[in-house]
Design a protein around this ligand. Structure first.
Ligand SMILES: O=C(CO)[C@@H](O)[C@H](O)COP(=O)(O)O
Ligand SMILES: [Co+2]
Length: 225
C-alpha cells in the first residue's frame, strides 16, 4: 500500500520492539487494529551502533502484509541498497540526510523506482540541512531520540523542529516523528505539526497493541484542539 496522502494523523508502529521470530503475526495485529503503515527500522551497525534486519526479511514479510512498508534506513550507504529495498517490496524509503552527498539525486532515484521518498534528520541536525530537498519528499522524518535503539526518552527540543519544517514544507508533506512517542508526547508532536507517529515500545511492549495504538492516536488528537 502506498503512503497515505497528507491530511490525516496516522500511527506507524515500529516492529523494532516486536517479536522478530513472529514478524508476520505481529504485523497482522497492527493491521487489524487499523494501522495503514508499518515502520521498518534498518540498522547497519555502522551509521548506528546496532544491527537489525535487511531486505531479505522484508521480502518475506511482504508475502504476509499489504500495509505501507515504511523503511527507515539507518545505514551508511543508502544509495547502494535502495534498489534492494524496492525489490523487497518497500513502498516508502527514508534515508538520513547525514549519510548522503546528493540527497536530491537519491530522492529522484527512489521516485523513479516507484516509491515515495523521505529524508530524516537526527536530533542535532539542523532543519536547514533539508531545506533544498524538503519539497521533493512525500514525508520528512524527525528523530526525537538518537537513532539506534527503541525505548529511549523523547527529546522535546528535537520535536520542536517540526514547527519550522511544517512552515517550510507546507501542508501536503507528511512529517513523521520517531522516538519516545506515547501518550503524553503524541499530543505535543501533533501540536508541533507532525502527522505520522512512529511508536515502537509504546505499542509492542504492551499486551493489548490495539488499545495502545488507540490511546496514542486519541492523545495526538488532543494536540490539535
Ligand atoms: O528509528 C528508531 C530508533 O532508531 C525507531 O523507529 C524506534 O523503533 C522507536 O522506538 P520507540 O522509541 O518508539 O520505542
Ligand atoms: Co525508525
Amino acid at each position: 500500500m502506498k503512503l497515505p496522502p497528507a491530511g490525516t494523523i496516522e500511527i506507524a508502529p515500529s516492529v523494532l520492539s516486536s517479536d522478530f521470530a513472529n514478524l508476520a503475526s505481529e504485523t497482522r495485529v497492527i493491521d487489524e487494529a487499523g494501522s495503514k503503515i508499518v515502520h521498518l527500522d534498518i540498522m547497519d551497525g555502522h551509521f548506528v551502533p546496532n544491527i537489525t534486519f535487511g531486505a531479505p526479511i522484508i521480502k518475506w514479510l511482504r508475502k504476509y502484509s499489504d500495509l505501507c512498508f515504511d523503511a527507515h534506513l539507518m545505514i551508511s550507504e543508502p544509495d547502494r541498497y535502495a534498489e534492494d529495498f524496492k525489490n523487497a517490496g518497500c513502498d516508502h524509503i527514508t534515508f538520513h540526510i547525514e549519510t548522503v552527498d546528493d540527497p536530491a539525486g537519491l530522492i529522484n532515484r527512489i521516485h523513479d523506482m516507484g516509491m515515495s521518498a523521505g529524508v530524516c534528520i537526527k536530533p542535532k541536525t539542523p532543519v536547514s540541512s533539508i531545506e533544498k530537498v524538503a519539497k521533493m519528499c512525500e514525508m520528512i522524518l524527525v528523530m526525537t531520540v538518537e537513532p539506534g535503539f527503541g525505548g529511549q526518552s523523547f527529546m522535546d527540543d528535537a520535536a520542536r523542529k517540526c514547527i519550522d519544517i511544517r512552515k517550510m514544507a507546507g501542508p501536503d508533506i507528511r512529517i513523521e516523528v520517531d522516538g519516545g512517542i506515547d501518550v503524553g508526547t503524541a499530543c505535543k508532536v501533533a501540536s508541533y505539526g507532525a502527522d505520522t507517529l512512529v511508536a515502537g515500545s509504546a505499542v509492542f511492549n504492551r499486551p493489548d497493541r490495539a488499545a495502545a495504538m488507540k490511546a496514542i492516536l486519541d492523545d495526538a488528537a488532543k494536540g490539535l484542539d
